[in-house]
Write a new protein. Structure first.
Ligand SMILES: C[S@@+](CC[C@H](N)C(=O)[O-])C[C@H]1O[C@@H](n2cnc3c(N)ncnc32)[C@H](O)[C@@H]1O
Length: 274
């Protein structure tokens, strides 16, 4: 398999970002708000950050661009994204990608994290992670896996630690049918206005293009073998209420929306300080 060089990996990630923006016109604004919340919420210039479902590292590199003394541990189970991120950003200090499936309980122990015990981050002080961040990823998990993930995060983050999750969160159609219908209708109208001739590159088209690149083809095949997206179709957790309830059950004390456009929200959950 041909080696993937840094510039080609960066081109692929740029194409990834464009494709993601088709569904998320405010993706950059959401990244900015999330990083503001990391800065304000952790209160330190060198936070230890877990990026869960990091993909090829789009959020991680933006965060490190603003907070160069941070340490970001990117976690994903997709060999394509991990390969791209590692090739593109191998020279970015403070960034590490790890290949872990968040559906498998005990993933945090693989990182050397144990409940409320420190790990050794890039700086010499040892401490538990200050914050877990995520974008457009956690809705992939079926509810039982999501609940287990939130519980595991709550056990390893420091007291007062945060979860900041930017994702689509739908209102409950049974409880608020009109709001749910309008929510969807507004999104569809905006999409039609932005792309009257259809999307330039769909999610599926991006993956087909990646599979056709000899430097990525084996990784795409491995991704298919792993069924990383098994929960993404039909059993995913799209409801806001599911996330809020699961976060509270996991022990987060405050849960709420910090930023929003339509169903695109930045959800914030805060652990008790002690
Ligand atoms: C739509 S992508 C978003 C990636 C990135 N956060 C971004 O905003 O560009 C969703 C990511 O979640 C990851 N993901 C989904 N389920 C996962 C799991 N069980 N374990 C690890 N990563 C997972 C996928 O592999 C994928 O990279």
């Amino acid at each position: 398999m041909p080696k993937l060089d840094r510039d080609i990996a960066r081109d692929w990630i740029e194409r990834w970002d464009r494709q993601q923006e088709e569904m998320l016109p405010d993706r950059e604004d959401r990244f900015t708000a999330l990083i503001d919340a990391v800065e304000e919420g952790t209160g330190r210039p060198d936070p230890l950050v877990l990026d869960v479902g990091c993909g090829p590292g789009s959020l991680a590199v933006r965060l490190l661009g603003r907070l160069p003394r941070a340490t970001v541990i990117g976690i994903d189970a997709d060999p394509v994204s991990l390969t791209l991120g590692r090739a593109a950003y191998r020279d970015v200090p403070g960034l590490r990608f790890t290949d872990l499936d968040l559906r498998v309980p005990g993933w945090s122990a693989q990182l050397g994290l144990t409940p409320r015990n420190p790990i050794t981050p890039r700086n010499p002080k040892t401490r538990a992670p200050d914050v877990a961040v995520s974008t457009t990823a956690l809705h992939w998990l079926p509810e039982p896996d999501l609940r287990a993930l939130y519980a595991e995060l709550a056990s390893v983050l420091r007291p007062g630690g945060l979860l900041l999750d930017g994702d689509h969160f739908a209102v409950d159609a049974k409880e608020s049918p009109t709001l749910a219908r309008l929510d969807l209708a507004l999104r569809q109208r905006e999409d039609q206005r932005r792309f009257p001739g259809g999307h330039p590159e769909s999610w599926g088209a991006w993956w087909e293009a990646a599979a056709a690149d000899p430097a990525l083809a084996d990784h795409v095949a491995e991704r298919e073998r792993r069924h990383v997206d098994a929960g993404h179709h039909g059993t995913e957790s799209t409801q806001l209420a599911t996330h809020v309830e699961a976060l509270k059950a996991a022990g987060f004390a405050e849960v709420g929306t910090l930023w929003q456009r339509g169903d695109n929200r930045l959800l914030c959950a805060v652990l008790p300080a002690s």
